[in-house]
Ligand binder design. Structure first.
Ligand code: NA7
Length: 534
């Protein structure tokens, strides 16, 4: 190992949006940083999720970095909601513009990170047999980066190819003339199913839980709108920073109560926000996210839309969700429900006829066998903690992070964990992350972390570590805020319910502006709640 790699100030794991900005900002502050990335290029989520129809559910002009004015002026998006290849191209553009690749080692999966208490440094090993020493380690490993590949009986016997949406082959897949099965009807399934149906000879969708989806209303980006936003980008960014979810400030948000609205007013607001599209539907009424009773009106509105769209009443009935709108992340689709009107597309309800497994020629449920040529798992991710739990992370006295989190993740501000000095997480559990526009959340975390590292070093101190009292209070607060909403009310990946055996804990923090203010106050008070030592 060269002396330089031994003298890293900061080692960053992951070269998605978090890791790339972390590297750029660390360099700006004069820190010696190195990024390790498992993939062969930058992009993170947008590197891996190449399935047909993969697209962001936050508008392109808002789902982008804002730290550099020239960057946000020069990049041109083609659609209201950017497709995966374009977001990946944007990531590659950023890597080139800021000359990031020279400090990123690709095809390098991190195996372990151990803290040496005597040396006050982290030792990080990789699958390629390398060891890196660094004073600080930043896990920019993503919230949805470890695919959930369900353990299904007989998978090894199936003769055809099995794909996971989150690990889609770079060269793409041609389903022309094939009989295809898709398992899973979350965002990835709902986005890919209409496109797979366009190619496949037949498509059978296996649904465990019906999901809410609102048409994305995607369209080519209006150049007049783009010019108007770019004229004063800072204004839109500042207004978004005041939004609980960190985006959408351009669109009206009705703070009124569903319960107090007349039937006509209710219908009008829901219809207006349905036409706005996708996640913006959640802005129809202020109490939709707070009260189950209020939410039920939104749920019934969506069920009626599904009944209108799907011609066969029996299929429509299977597609009707009975969960609160938003408790699983609301999906944004382009023709999902209409796909079931096509004669070669069918739906199997796994609640009625549970899955038995795969066999040589297809999928088997309790109602019988379905012969297919290819299987697509759109079965999601081990979210929020999955990437961290797959690295052997050990802090003080050899304590394992997986032990510290045995009952669910516990952090201070989603940034640090007691007992793991100088280890930071970008958009970790306990921070707003997945309940917000990820880009501003990532930038806010990276600013906090890089400032904290630079300030700690400038003060002649060696370590920074969350304190127990501060962490306990923060965990309690995150739970209290989450439990006052409808969000923990169903079996979503927000609560880890999609992974067998995972402790049920509502992991993200709801409330982007309040969170940013808290971080600013913590920093202004000399990193209150963190202990910094020589
Ligand atoms: P999701 O939203 O977790 O959806 C996964 C889907 O797969 C969902 O319908 C699951 O049913 C289903 N699933 C998971 N495991 C199984 C098994 N074992 N058998 C049958 N069906 C199963 O993941 P996505 O990739 O679609 O989206 C993740 C996020 O990415 C999304 O929220 C956006 O933020 C972008 P379930 O509902 O658990 O019954």
């Amino acid at each position: 190992m060269s002396e330089a790699t031994n003298q890293l100030d900061v080692l960053v794991v992951g070269a998605g949006f978090g890791g790339m900005y972390m590297l750029h900002r660390a360099r700006q502050l004069g820190l010696r940083a190195q990024v390790l990335e498992a993939g062969s290029d930058v992009g993170g989520t947008w590197y891996w999720n190449r399935y047909p129809g993969a697209r962001c559910d936050v508008e392109s002009l808002e789902y982008s970095y804002q730290f550099d004015e020239a960057l946000q002026q020069e990049w041109q998006w083609s659609e209201r909601y950017a497709p995966q290849p374009e977001i990946l191209a944007y990531c590659q553009h950023v890597a080139e513009r800021f000359d990031l690749r020279r400090d990123i080692e690709f095809n390098t999966r991190v195996l372990s990170a151990h803290f040496d208490e005597a040396a006050k440094r982290w030792s990080v090993t990789t699958e390629r047999g390398q060891t890196f020493q660094a004073q600080f380690v930043v896990m920019a490993t993503g919230c949805l980066s470890v695919p959930n590949v369900p353990e299904i009986d007989g998978a090894e016997r199936f003769k055809g190819p099995i794909y996971h949406t989150g690990r889609w082959p770079k060269e793409g897949v041609d389903f022309t003339g094939k009989r295809v099965a898709v398992l899973g009807t979350g965002s990835s399934g709902i986005q890919s199913i209409p496109l797979i149906a366009q190619q496949a000879k037949s498509l059978t969708v296996f649904q465990r839980t019906p999901n809410h989806s609102v048409p994305a209303q995607n369209k080519p980006l209006d150049p007049t709108l783009e010019a108007a936003i770019k004229k004063n980008y800072a204004d839109l960014r500042a207004r978004n920073a005041q939004e609980t979810i960190g985006f959408g400030a351009r669109h009206p948000s009705n703070q009124g109560s569903v319960l107090e609205a007349s039937p006509e007013e209710r219908e009008a607001q829901f219809e207006y926000h349905w036409q706005l599209g996708g996640l913006l539907f959640m802005r129809a009424f202020g109490d939709m996210g707070l009260s189950a009773e209020a939410n039920e009106y939104a749920a019934e509105f969506i069920r009626n839309k599904i009944r209108q769209k799907v011609k066969d009443p029996a299929t429509a009935a299977k597609l009707l969700p009975d969960t609160a709108v938003g408790c699983k992340r609301l999906c944004a689709d382009s023709g999902y429900f209409e796909t079931f009107n096509q004669p070669h597309v069918s739906l199997v309800d796994l609640q009625e006829t549970p899955l038995k497994g795969l066999y040589e020629d297809g999928v088997e449920t309790e109602s019988g066998r379905f012969e297919v040529d290819a299987v697509v798992f759109a079965t999601g991710f081990d979210a929020m903690t999955g990437a961290l739990s797959r690295i052997d992370i050990r802090g003080r006295a050899g304590q394992k992070l997986s032990d510290a989190w045995a009952e669910g993740p516990k952090t201070y501000l989603g940034l640090q964990v007691v007992g793991f000095p100088n280890l930071f997480t970008v958009t970790g559990p306990g921070s707003p992350s997945v309940l917000t526009n990820m880009l501003p959340s990532i930038e806010q975390h990276v600013r906090f972390i890089t400032d904290a590292i630079a300030d700690t070093k400038a003060a002649g101190l060696s370590t920074m570590e969350a304190q127990q009292g501060a962490q306990d209070a923060w965990v309690g607060h995150v739970n209290e805020v989450g439990n006052a909403t409808i969000y923990p009310s169903c079996n979503s990946w927000y609560v880890g319910a999609n992974i067998p055996g995972k402790p049920r804990v509502f992991m993200p923090y709801l409330g982007f502006p309040a969170y940013c203010e808290k971080c600013d106050a913590v920093k202004a008070a000399g990193y209150e709640g963190f202990e910094r030592a020589a």
